[in-house]
Design a protein around this ligand. Sequence first.
Ligand code: MG
Length: 229
Amino acid sequence: MRSFDIIAFDADDTLWHSEDRFTAGELRFVDLVAPYAPEGIDVRAALTAVERKNLSVLGYGVKAFGLSAVEAAISITDGTVPIEVIAQLMEMIRAHLTEPVRLLSNVSEVLTLVGRHYPLALITKGDLVHQTHKVQTSGLAHHFDHVEILLEKDPGTYARVFARMGVDPTRVCMVGNSVRSDILPVMALGGTAVHVPYPLLWELEHIEHDEHFADLASIADLPAWLTLP
Ligand SMILES: [Mg+2]
């Protein structure tokens, strides 16, 4: 069995679906706003540009997406977007924030198996209210010895989190779907990372790199990778 002091998991698109809902929100935004946008403008790309501009101010998550969507709807249409469209965007964001967690396949079984041999942590980033609600309603919270909801996932933040847990970063294995947020910053601290891609990746999570790490097709492959007895 591979030797680690803790196995840490990302949550969005690692334990439960997330990005598919954001993609649906972007497409709905295009449907709602494009009729009022100038001819030839790429409405979806304009929304992403506003999200990128706002990242340092709004952070990650659904509320940040919603504020950027409203701002983009106003700016793309030069202020001519009807208030009904803004109301529909707000309704869309409310529905997104209150929808039930949809677990990915095999997640409960894998956490049960892995949790028999290692302490487990959940490390996610985004909006505190929404992420807390998702953890609490996921039915998974009892698997984790530590739950951390972060503003950003960079090496400095991970170092503080691991120090708080009392674990040496070189003894951590982090499992996640985002190379930028889950893999590279943990490897930068000397830890081990296992990449389990989700079919969709948010444009602002894309990153170029030449690191080598384990890449699993599914979280169901994790127990075998850990060589659990
Ligand atoms: Mg993720």
